[in-house]
Design a protein around this ligand. Structure first.
Ligand code: UT7
Length: 328
């Protein structure tokens, strides 16, 4: 049976490092508060003129190198982001242009923190159907240019960072690859974590910038509670669908929203620390980019070996959440 297999990974963060102490200079926060509540020590921010497609391009070059493939061998592009370069068109076509590959399809996904899992599901389905041989899947985010970097926005602003992660997927007939994906959404929670404007209901001409509706807003405690329970459920869903136990899982990579959330999930599942990979300490929450960035680093550190059973899970704005089980 055909399925998609990740044959190359790459990640990229812009050079500028922003520490917790740097944030404490522009808002009422502290290194101690941020570390204790989130585990984050630093994040990367772009300099002026660098956009989401630029980060995606850098990560893609590394994924192509890792897979020993060339851009022209890609049949389709999927780019997940909540921070596109423009309102439209999406950043997928911009990435296509940078890669110099004409006229292949390019799809943007807007399911926020769950974007990589949704993209993986779509790519796998396309490959299983025989539509494409090779699909490029990228999560890329520039948060820094749209955060309220003042005390008013500190609950959200200290969490996020910029970065991109890319995966090249290829059709395989063997035992390796994506075993299953599980996607969920519940729109009644849309306003628990959102950017309200600008949008079709609140277009720029009527927008009062002093109301700050253009900055991300989050009901942190509510999102935290839902995140922990839904992460656990959707991981269990993936394991049950494949008739495997959590003990058989070699590595769990959850969307890097908060180290406390990841640890709560790991402790509930009674997994030893070495079975979970986290890098939020260095990058903050990079939403759609966080899972491919973590996979790329885990691979580079030798923590992903052929035959490993790897579970991915994400939860975030929408609410959207999902999981994937992969035989590496
Ligand atoms: O990726 C998408 C999914 N996102 C998430 O999963 C995030 C989920 N939520 C969280 O991670 C946590 O709720 C936060 C890290 C955002 C906040 O942690 P918390 O332990 O829930 O803190 P809190 O919101 O209950 O705030 C505690 C206190 C408040 O002060 P009072 O009311 O107790 O006086 C806040 O005003 O901390 C204050 N506070 C801050 N203090 C210093 C909020 N943000 C900050 C800050 N620095 N940056």
């Amino acid at each position: 049976m055909k399925r998609a297999r990740i044959i190359g990974l790459g990640h990229y963060v812009p050079p500028k490092v922003v520490t917790n102490e740097d944030l404490a200079k522009v808002m009422d926060t502290s290194d101690a508060w941020i570390r204790e509540r989130t585990g984050i020590q630093k994040r990367h921010f772009v300099e002026d003129g660098m956009g989401t497609a630029d980060l995606a391009f850098e990560a893609t070059k590394k994924a192509l190198q890792d897979s020993k493939k060339e851009a022209k061998e890609i049949d389709f592009i999927i780019l997940a982001t909540l921070s596109p370069d423009y309102f439209f068109p999406g950043s997928g076509v911009l990435l296509q242009e940078k890669l110099g590959i004409d006229s292949i399809g390019a799809l943007d996904i807007r399911t926020q923190c769950t974007g990589f899992i949704y993209g993986l599901s779509i790519a796998d389905t396309m490959i299983r159907a025989g539509q494409y041989e090779r699909v490029l899947l990228v999560g890329s985010e520039v948060h820094s240019t749209a955060l309220d970097l003042s005390t008013r926005g500190r609950d959200v602003a200290v969490l996020f960072g910029d970065g991109a992660g890319a995966a090249l997927l290829e059709a395989t007939e063997g035992d390796q690859g994506v075993l299953s994906t599980h996607l969920h959404a519940e729109g009644r929670y849309a306003k628990e974590l959102w950017v309200e404007a600008p949008g079709s209901l609140n277009p720029v001409p009527i927008l009062n910038l002093e109301e700050c509706r253009h900055f991300p807003k989050m009901n942190g405690r509510e999102v935290f509670k839902h995140a922990v329970t839904r992460f656990i459920k959707v991981i269990q869903e993936a394991l049950e669908a494949n008739h495997v136990t959590k003990e058989e899982m070699d590595l769990l990579v959850v969307h890097q929203a908060n180290l406390r959330i990841a640890e709560a999930v790991r402790e509930y599942l009674r997994l030893p620390p070495e079975k979970m990979y986290n890098n939020i300490q260095r990058y903050g929450n990079t939403t759609a980019a966080s899972i491919p960035m973590a996979l790329s680093e885990a691979k580079a550190e030798g923590k992903l070996k052929e035959g490993d059973l790897v579970c991915l899970a994400a939860f975030g704005s929408g609410f959207t959440w999902g999981s994937a089980l992969i035989r590496w």
